[in-house]
Design a protein around this ligand. Structure first.
Ligand SMILES: [Zn+2]
Length: 349
């Protein structure tokens, strides 16, 4: 036996996987492709923040690099490769994320990554890159990355993560294999969340209707007081529609929460349409805001609700694409539009 234990048989028990149970099927599908040698060299891992996408990427990366992966369904946790991975010092694993105080992944970061991916592997033979947010790449970074996608080295795997397909340029989409994460069984997620929170609450119900595809986001929403904030916002919008608030003052007040506000507004629109069409208060999500919602429904007719909905969807799509527009003025314009729609109704009444 060698002094360094190189001839020792590796342990063949898997450590406990961190993978979320709702992502298990997608994970097994990728593993089967890997085992049969049919896995694409670039995986486009799609899923909203809060669905456990990063955990999926890390679990997959560690398993591919694990020296015992052919015998196990999740990484062993004890081989040399696993130890390096857990210590975040694996020479064949490269995580590319936005650096502190930056908003984009720089072309320089991508170049360093590509160079490392072209070197020969240090450990098991596989080399992996995990790009945590494709939307954070700029045009130059994309171009640098394209070459690697077009001329992949053997035994390299690129995991490209994104929240939504529309954030990913067509050139990258067409050169990668889509792995879409989704939560299929809402009832199971409800039960899981309720158990973690010690019961189903009004906040949790609201959180689930806001984030049906992002269990962790729903949990955060219910825990960190955002449900109360959402209620305050809906109340403010109702006051705006009634002419008791200035659109510019509200735009300034809620600008730091613009992404949340857009989502809350979409939920509000869904409730408003339900209220208008069915006049059934029991089916709305924002149960705590029934009075504010009823006030808005009394002001805006169906046609104006649809017009407003369109504007909100437009702004949300700019936010998702991380479009470089002036968000502050788009946000102001939306709230001015709200107030104008309400005034039009008042005049025509
Ligand atoms: Zn291992």
């Amino acid at each position: 036996m060698s002094l360094f234990g190189d001839d020792e048989l590796p342990p063949v028990t898997a450590r406990e996987s961190q993978l979320d149970f709702w992502n298990q099927v997608a994970f097994e599908r990728v593993q089967a492709q890997f085992k049969s040698g049919s896995m694409h060299h670039a995986l486009l891992l799609l899923g909203p923040g809060g669905i456990g996408r990063e955990t999926f990427a890390q679990e997959l990366a560690q398993w591919v690099l694990c020296q015992n992966h052919s015998q196990l369904d999740s990484a062993c946790g004890s081989c040399k490769s696993c130890q390096l991975f857990v210590a975040e010092t694996h020479p064949d694993y490269h995580l590319l994320a936005v650096e502190d105080e930056k908003t984009q992944i720089s072309v320089n970061q991508v170049r360093v990554l590509i160079e490392s991916m072209q070197e020969s592997a240090h450990q098991s033979g596989w080399k992996l890159a995990n790009i945590s947010d494709v939307a954070a790449l700029n045009q130059n970074s994309y171009n640098a990355l394209l070459k690697t996608l077009e001329e992949p080295q053997p035994q390299t795997l690129l995991i490209l993560q994104a929240e939504q397909l529309q954030q990913v340029p067509a050139t990258i989409r067409s050169r990668s294999q889509l792995v879409a994460l989704s939560v299929n069984e809402q009832a199971t997620i409800e039960a899981w969340l309720a158990e973690r929170k010690g019961g189903m609450t009004e906040e949790l119900k609201l959180a689930l209707s806001l984030f049906p595809q992002a269990p962790y986001k729903a949990e955060d929403f219910a825990n960190n007081g955002d449900a109360v904030k959402c209620g305050d916002f809906i109340l403010d919008i109702s006051c705006l529609m009634q002419g008791n608030e200035s659109p510019l003052a509200l735009a300034e007040k809620w600008l730091p929460d613009i992404e949340d506000c857009c989502l809350w507004m979409l939920l509000m629109m869904r409730d408003l349409l339900l209220l208008q069409q069915a006049n059934d208060k029991s089916c709305i999500s924002l149960q705590g805001q029934t009075e504010a919602l009823t006030n808005i429904v009394n002001i805006l007719n169906n046609q104006r609700l649809m017009q407003l909905n369109e504007k909100i969807v437009e702004l949300r799509s700019l936010l998702i694409k991380k479009s470089p527009v002036n968000l502050s003025s788009s946000w102001q314009a939306l709230l001015i539009y709200c107030s104008q729609l309400a005034q039009k109704t008042a005049k025509s009444a």
